[in-house]
Design a binder for this molecule. Structure first.
Ligand code: NAD
Ligand code: AKB
Length: 315
């Protein structure tokens, strides 16, 4: 059974591809992206998600049975070219869903996001179903994508599963143009320079999750029996919630001289439109979701790994 990962060179794709290869074997997991990774990542294919015929050929040639469809343009980068963002994020997904129907694929994974939230969404403990009126092209494309996943499941019985990831924080890959990117950048700058200039205000509370938890949630969702999956739009999911000031205080416990200042930019308005915390009880009930990392545990793990990385990195 071969698996295709789109957007495999991104922050999540890099780690997800590695995890899938550990489970299924290297040759069974085909990584693809429009940018080639700068490390050995074979089997890797250059694959634009808008090139439907090429994706069809890849499914045939590699006998693909499952697709993890990660290719997307994120919230902040998406605002520079909203139409392209809609095109890549939504039309890319529609191609994957329709190819899943054509080839009767076993499963599809589609990552949604807290960016589907908007000013009308309840800010605290956001429920699974609420008023979602996103303010970004990225958020709109993901919300529409959730509905298409639901439609393809109802209408064509496609086993498509989805999570609304919060901001993902990890030490082994860099974020690709989102609003939550500060929560990764801050660690690199703290270790390299002892100082970080944050593009969000100190009290901007957002839902976040450590990469290890995000990968385990993905694995557990995809392994769950189909009868247990009652949500075919996307499951609410969370690990922790914090502000830049709280994260800086936590980092200071490990790097006492660390300083931070704040220069909010256009990403502040995006962050303000998202919720502060999430109710993920449906994921807990349906397939047993339980996060393992809180702010304290995540911070110390990030610092241990990044200190080792910068110590051994050639100058
Ligand atoms: P990323 O920006 O790091 O990676 C996305 C990848 O998609 C990039 O490598 C990019 O080259 C590729 N891509 C862009 N346009 C493409 C195209 N036309 N064809 C093929 N590939 C293309 O993003 P990420 O953080 O790894 O996110 C992966 C997925 O998870 C996305 O769908 C994103 O919406 C979702 N997500 C991420 C987060 C997060 O905090 N990282 C949170 C919620 C949801
Ligand atoms: C972003 O900030 O755009 C992403 C996301 C939460 O979807 N990290």
């Amino acid at each position: 059974m071969a698996i295709l990962v789109t957007g495999a060179n991104g922050q999540i794709g890099t780690i997800l591809t590695r995890m899938l290869r550990q489970k299924h074997g290297r040759e069974e997991v085909i990584a693809s992206d429009i940018i080639r990774p700068n490390y050995d990542d074979d089997p890797f294919l250059m694959l634009d998600i808008l090139n439907v015929q090429r994706i069809r050929e890849v499914i045939e040639d590699f006998e693909i049975r499952e697709i993890y469809h990660l290719a997307a343009i994120l919230s902040a980068n998406g605002e520079w070219n909203p139409i392209k963002t809609w095109n890549v994020n939504l039309n890319g997904l529609l191609s994957i869903l329709d190819l899943a129907r054509e080839f009767e694929l076993d499963k599809v994974f589609f990552p949604s996001t807290i960016a589907i939230h908007g000013p009308t969404t309840p800010k605290k403990q956001t429920p699974q179903e609420a008023s979602f009126l996103p303010t970004t092209a990225y958020g709109m494309s993901k919300l529409a994508g959730e509905h298409w996943c639901h439609y393809y499941h109802q209408r064509f019985k496609i086993d498509v599963r989805s999570l609304r990831y919060p901001g993902i924080i990890g030490h082994d890959s860099l974020p690709g143009g989102g609003t939550t990117d500060y929560a990764v950048e801050i660690f690199h700058e703290a270790i390299k320079k002892g100082h970080y200039t944050c593009f969000l205000e100190p009290d901007t509370r957002l839902p976040m999750m450590y990469m290890d938890d995000a990968m385990r949630a993905t694995r557990e969702l995809m392994a769950a029996e189909a009868e247990k999956i009652h949500v075919r739009t996307a499951y609410n999911l969370t690990g922790m919630s914090f502000t830049p000031a709280e994260l800086a205080d936590e980092i200071r416990k490990h790097i006492p001289g660390f300083t931070i200042d704040y220069k909010p930019d256009f990403r502040q308005a995006i962050a303000n439109s998202w919720s502060q915390s999430i109710d993920d009880s449906k994921a807990r009930e349906d397939w047993g979701w339980q996060p393992a990392y809180d702010l304290e545990k995540m911070t110390s793990d990030m610092i241990v790994h990044l200190e080792k990385y910068y110590l051994n990195k050639p100058q």
